[in-house]
Design a protein around this ligand. Structure first.
Ligand code: F6P
Length: 344
């Protein structure tokens, strides 16, 4: 008999509901297994805020964006605290035998720490940024790339009509996966990513070269975490979350002003922001999320705690949570090299 608790933590992501549904449906194959959902990430586990997850509750959510569990960036270990005992108390009080934590680096680093303390937990990797270690892909990424690609396609026609440069800012805190994939897919003329600080002069050279060839508009894609080479910061706001991350967003504002000033080309910016995270997942993400969800329930039933499901060479494998969370999966330089063939 297993009673399995599920939580979704960190930023929401298309495909979360598909994972929840898959976990619950796989659990139904075993008549002794039941599922409970904790609301708002680790906050719900700390407070014991939960509800029963049945087939009926999870019906019709496969293609729905967001998460029916709600999410938060609550960190049970924030500011030197240790929420392990509180979490154990909730699990004991609610008769929960194991947890499935669906999240990115932060949520899963909490899971890894709990696993070290012998709390039975299995992880499922999630982030539109695709920067989690150990897995070749996270669900949500494919959807975000499609949304960004569609947006850039639209921005291209207005840029062309007005002879403008448009700087498009996409998400990507540590890694430029969305920027590079969407940039390749939509034919960006320059792509700036967190992995390699950018030089505005080099960007302007690309634009000049493009205009020298007779083109009168350009699209520059910049990841929110991209930083200028001269050591300046990409824009961050005063807000810092419970995991110590500053709120990003806005690097396109200063970048577009600098481009306009240096080149004299009329320049606009668009920040895609949370549009990339909202709404229905692509078919690819629904399938990946479903595969992860089924594998996570299988891992729980097999007692494979302290592990995370991951995609490798199109197989779903298990790997230690601690390994996945101790390093960011940065952009493959070979992919960026392909993107750069089309710059300028
Ligand atoms: O989930 C990762 C991410 O999308 C980052 O790219 C971005 O910086 C962050 O989440 C934004 O989070 P929030 O919704 O809390 O502002």
């Amino acid at each position: 008999m297993a009673r399995v608790g599920i939580l979704t933590g960190g930023g929401d992501c298309p495909g979360l509901n598909a994972v929840i549904r898959a976990v619950v449906r796989r659990g139904l194959d075993d008549p002794e297994t039941t599922c409970v959902g904790f609301r708002h990430g680790w906050a719900g586990v700390m407070k014991g805020n939960s509800f029963e997850l049945t087939r009926a509750v999870t019906a019709g959510i496969l293609g729905r964006g967001g998460t029916i569990l709600g999410t938060s960036r609550t960190n049970p270990f924030a500011d030197g605290a240790d929420g392990t005992d509180q979490i154990r108390a909730t699990l004991a009080a609610q008769g929960v035998d194991a947890l499935i934590a669906i999240g990115g680096d932060d949520t899963l680093s909490v899971a890894a720490r709990l696993a070290e303390a012998d709390v039975p937990v299995v992880g499922v990797p999630k982030t539109i940024d695709n920067d989690l270690g150990g897995t070749e892909l996270t669900f949500g990424f494919h959807t975000a790339v499609q949304i960004a690609t569609d947006a850039i396609d639209r921005l291209r026609t207005t840029a062309e009509s007005h002879d403008r440069v448009i700087v498009v800012e996409v998400m990507g805190r540590e890694a430029g996966w969305i920027a590079t994939y969407a940039g390749i897919a939509a034919g960006a003329d320059a792509i700036l990513v967190p992995e390699w600080p950018y030089d505005v002069d080099e960007v302007c050279k690309l634009l000049w070269a493009r205009h020298a060839n007779g083109t009168t508009y350009s699209i520059v894609v910049v990841a929110e975490g991209a930083k200028p080479k001269d050591g300046g910061e990409s824009v961050s706001h005063e807000h810092v979350d419970a995991f110590g991350h500053a709120r990003l967003g806005g690097v396109a504002v200063s970048l577009s002003a600098e481009i306009e000033e240096r080149t004299g080309y009329e320049t606009r910016y668009t920040i895609l922001g949370h549009i990339q995270r909202g709404g229905t997942p692509t078919a690819f993400d629904r399938v990946l999320a479903t595969r992860f969800g089924v594998a996570a329930m299988d891992a729980v039933l097999a007692g494979r705690f302290g592990e995370m499901v991951a995609l490798r060479a199109d197989e779903i494998v298990l790997m230690p949570l601690a390994e996945a969370t101790n390093v960011h999966k940065l952009l493959d330089p070979r992919l960026f090299e392909i993107a750069s063939v089309f710059f300028g």
